[in-house]
Write a protein of this length. Structure first.
Length: 325
């Protein structure tokens, strides 16, 4: 579980403990970790000591069993609907039911800030934020706060994790006893969060995906051998996005390796980097990064996994062939 960093978590603890918490917060973080971050915000709001102390209240919130902590969208849907906010409005007018002094609403909006209906639910929420009910707190989770309406942003306080330089994170992981390869990879993939880096460092599934990314860029050299690599990526379904993300990092680092060595941060993978540079020219690396990012977006939009990966493998190999210089 990824955790709130000290700056964000400490600020929220003080706000509730000192009685100056606002009624609506925007919580900005990576999509995969927003549910955890929202749950921790709720724990701070509901805990008698306004911390994450492990008490019965904390446990109930973290485990999703607290009746006064309500998560939206409902019914496991990815996108918010106006009906979700109507439910929030109705529930927020009720008294707490679980021996608590407040009600907390956690809105996962990571898939709902663009596209059809994105303005509708926000406009529905706006009146509740403008005229808050006492002892009601709303936390809106997003990947980019700028995707929300300006009227929503202006009436909420934004909590955004501090982003540390990857070299600072790598040095701290090394101090904690991790090997060089783990430190370098985790720090580059952690999006500036030390807590996220340490979560990555101990997750075998994620590192399997990273090793698949390395092997694919080293050895997937023709359509005749592409299928095993596509199958291997797909088989670790929970971590496909980690694999694709690390492929873009590897290709980006291959550019630094050749063009700006002072920016190269994967010295533990030098042998692999030599092979990747031999396989992909500078132009090919740049184009392949765009193709991989496009594939990630297609997966986020719900496209078929196997079709996306098959098309990506074909596209990468075509670029590799056409951009050989």
């Amino acid at each position: 579980m990824i955790t709130l960093d000290n700056n964000v978590g400490g600020y929220l603890v003080r706000a509730f403990a000192e009685g100056h918490a606002v009624h609506a917060y925007i919580v900005e973080g990576d999509k995969a970790y927003v549910p955890d971050l929202l749950r921790q915000c709720a724990t701070i709001a509901m805990c008698p000591t306004h911390s994450i102390c492990g008490c019965d209240v904390c446990q109930k919130v973290i485990e999703g069993n607290h009746q006064d902590v309500i998560t939206l969208p409902r019914d496991g849907r990815a996108r918010l609907k106006v009906e979700d906010i109507a439910y929030l409005v109705e529930e927020s007018s009720l008294r707490p039911v679980d021996n608590s002094v407040a009600r907390v609403f956690l809105i996962d909006a990571t898939s709902s800030t663009s596209g059809i209906g994105s303005d509708l639910w926000q406009n529905k929420l706006l009146k509740t934020i403008e005229e808050p009910i006492a002892d009601t707190y709303i936390f809106i989770g997003v990947t980019d706060a700028d995707g929300l309406l300006a009227t929503i942003r202006s009436r909420c306080q934004t909590l955004k994790q501090t982003r540390l330089p990857s070299k600072v994170i790598a040095n701290e992981l090394k101090r904690r006893g991790y090997d060089l390869k783990t430190c370098q990879i985790a720090s580059l993939m952690a999006n500036g969060s030390l807590q996220m880096a340490e979560k990555i460092a101990v997750d075998n599934g994620i590192f399997d995906a990273y090793n698949t990314a390395i092997d694919t860029l080293e050895n997937m050299l023709s359509t005749k051998v592409a299928l095993p690599y596509v199958s291997r990526i797909a088989s670790n379904k929970a971590n496909v996005t980690h694999c694709l993300a690390f492929m873009t990092v590897l290709l980006g680092q291959s550019l630094h390796y050749r063009i700006a060595p002072e920016l190269f941060e994967l010295s533990s993978l030098k042998n692999s980097m030599d092979k990747i540079c031999a396989n992909y020219s500078i132009q090919a690396s740049r184009v392949c990064i765009e193709k991989i990012n496009s594939a990630k977006k297609s997966l986020d939009d719900g496209c078929n996994l196997n079709v996306v990966l098959d098309n990506l493998a074909s596209g990468i190999l075509e670029v590799r062939y056409r951009c050989r210089l």
